[in-house]
Design a protein around this ligand. Sequence first.
Ligand code: HPA
Length: 272
Amino acid sequence: MDLFSKIQEATQFLASRGIKDVEVGIVLGTGLGKLADLIQDPISIDYTDIPYFSASTVESHKGKLIFGTLGNKKVLAMQGRLHYYEGYDMKAISFPIRVMKFLGASTLLLSGAAGAMNLEFKKGDLMMITDQVNLLPTNPLIGANDERLGPRFPDMSETYSKNLQEKILSIAGSKKFNLRQGVYVAVQGPMLESAAEYRFLRTIGADAVGMSTAPEVIVAKHSGMNVAAVIVLTDECDPDNLKPIEIDEIMEIAGEAEEKLIELFPEVIDAL
Ligand code: HPA
């Protein structure tokens, strides 16, 4: 079956469960699932129950879609995402984004955890992504293009919406959050980087490094959505002073910073 038909089938399944007229799609990454608890009148569905969705294999990712009202909008949140390092292909990773678009979402907000390579940034800080470098070995648009899903050569001159960035900055400013801004580079993982790799990634212009986000953003842009992302910097990646990174610590820092995201995202959604 072709991708278009699979998206249609998953969309119809979700519509039959009461999920429709979605305005905003949300991706909740590592350690950041709690925002979903704020969604009013939630309808929650496991990925494993949805046609053509893949199961999340990472323990910290719940693998549920949650639909409901957040701020003054209808939102559909992914509580847990899929990663390339789990062995999924790019089309599987980005399939939920396609379905969000078919359900009506015109905006995608993403979160996640990443390492801070810009040494002015500290662990626990939030960073709004201004642009990205995709260093994953492939991307979700490889293969024949279906014009019903988007153009063959999508423009990436404004990958992250300037308008959304301005809104986020102004809301973060009013809350006195020290919101960082920078370029995100996506790598394969699952191993963290060597000191030499952090040094290299810094020289190509990246401020933060993580194992996700870029594929979902590419598909969102292909399908004509406005995109914004705010991530939590969970570790400091100083190649000249590199300490072992504990995943438990990454989760803990993400959990603490989540409180700030929980304040930020609903107001951003209200302001759309
Ligand atoms: N590298 C890659 N991914 C990450 C990191 C990192 O240092 N921290 C959190 N996710």
